[in-house]
Structures are given as structure tokens and as C-alpha cells.
Write a protein that binds this ligand. Structure first.
Ligand code: SF4
Ligand code: SF4
Length: 215
């Protein structure tokens, strides 16, 4: 739950909504996803508002800040919470497991497919999180990844298989040493400042990790 900010879309607020207090994990409170926070007065607000954790204060709610997200996405009504802040270039939709598959219905699904098309042009992705079950939606369809922890990241790569070329989505632990090499190769500015040897070593580490994954 957030305080009203000047950069909120005109007319939008948290009033009557506490969905993020159910759908998100709050590490500081050891609160898992998809369970109501013990401090939540459901539909009204936070009982420890002044002392709420930084994660709650800093939560970037897409409905509040993104004008291109329609009014029908109001979390209290849609039972879904959108954020663009979990990872760079990723839009995540947290879905209430008590309303399974609500995201597959229109007008939501049409929006999700449109966002997936835009994301694909920008090497981004749209991720649907329903409890621990996670899906990646692309313009061509969707991939069910199954349970993905908050400590895991999703990486995507083009891959050629027996049925032709496609995109594969793989999970990797946030603290896995290979992540440093992946970040270096992905970050244009960091790559520009790296030596040829550093880049070659990073490429070697990533290739070895992917080869291990393919076994
Ligand atoms: S989901 Fe968004 S609108 Fe609803 S309470 Fe949380 S921050 Fe406010
Ligand atoms: S501490 Fe307050 S704002 Fe944070 S999840 Fe719990 S009820 Fe929501």
C-alpha cells in the first residue's frame, strides 16, 4: 500500500484495495505470496501503516502509475496486481490464486497479449505469477515454467530444436555466480568497459552453464 503521489495516474489511489498485501511476498515479514498479511485490514488498509516495511512503502504498483493500464485493472476488482519493477524489462502480473485463470479472460488477456508483443520488440517479457506457478507470455503463446521462487530469475534464449527455432525460458538462481557473467554480457555500458579477456571469460562461463542446462 502506498501514499498518494503526484506521479499517480489522475483519479487512481489505493482506496478500497489491499490486494498487494495478499499477492506479494514481503521478505521483511516472512510473508509468502498469495497469503494475506497479518497486518492487513482487508479492503481497508494497513494496521501498521506508519511502521510498514520498506518493501511495502517502495512497491511500484503499475495500476497507480501507468496510464496505459486501463481502469479495469484496478486490483480490488481484477484481483491482479501489476508491477514493472521485479526485473528490468519485465512486466509481472500477480494473480490471486482464488481467481485462477482470470488473466486468460478478456479484457485482461487481450491487454496481456498486446503487452507481450511490445515486450518482444524490446527484448522484454510478460510474466504471470499465480501463487508459485509462473507463466511467460509471448506473442506466439505461453510457456508454463511451474514453480519459480522469488530468488530465481527467468532468462530467455533463442533455441533451435527438432520442431524449429523458438525461445526457451530458463530459471536461474539470483545468486548463481553465472549471473555476473550474464549481466556483463547483457549490459552494453558494462561490456564497453570490460576487456576482451573479461568478455571472453564471461561468454565461456555462460556457454558452459547453458551446456550443463541442456544435458
Ligand atoms: S495493489 Fe496497488 S492499488 Fe491496490 S493497495 Fe496495493 S498499491 Fe494500492
Ligand atoms: S505491512 Fe501493511 S502494507 Fe505491508 S503487506 Fe502488511 S498490510 Fe500491506
Amino acid at each position: 500500500m502506498n501514499e498518494p503521489f503526484a506521479d499517480y495516474v489522475l483519479g487512481r489511489s489505493c482506496e478500497g484495495c489491499t490486494m498487494c498485501c495478499k499477492l506479494l511476498r514481503i521478505e521483511a515479514l516472512d510473508k509468502p505470496r498469495s497469503q494475506w498479511c497479518k497486518h492487513c485490514d482487508i479492503g481497508t488498509g494497513c494496521k501498521i501503516y506508519q511502521e510498514r516495511p520498506t518493501e511495502c512503502r517502495d512497491f511500484d504498483c503499475g495500476f497507480l502509475t501507468q496510464a496505459n493500464i486501463g481502469d479495469h485493472w484496478k486490483p480490488a476488482k481484477s484481483r491482479m496486481v501489476i508491477t514493472l519493477a521485479t526485473e528490468p524489462n519485465r512486466l509481472t502480473v500477480f494473480v490471486d490464486p482464488d481467481r485462477p485463470d482470470v488473466w486468460r479472460k478478456d479484457p485482461y488477456f487481450s491487454d496481456i497479449k498486446n503487452w507481450a508483443r511490445t515486450a518482444a520488440k524490446n527484448r522484454g517479457r510478460v510474466v504471470i505469477t499465480q501463487g508459485t506457478d509462473v507463466f511467460v507470455v509471448t506473442p506466439d503463446g505461453e510457456t508454463r515454467l511451474g514453480p519459480v521462487d522469488d530468488d530465481q530469475l527467468i532468462i530467455s534464449r533463442r533455441k533451435r530444436g527438432s520442431s524449429g527455432a523458438g525461445v526457451e525460458h530458463i530459471t536461474v538462481n539470483r545468486n548463481d555466480p553465472v549471473m555476473a557473467a550474464m549481466r556483463l554480457l547483457k549490459d552494453r555500458d558494462a561490456a564497453k568497459n570490460a576487456s576482451p579477456d573479461e568478455l571472453a571469460e564471461s561468454r565461456r562461463q555462460v556457454d558452459a552453464w547453458l551446456a550443463q542446462h541442456d544435458k
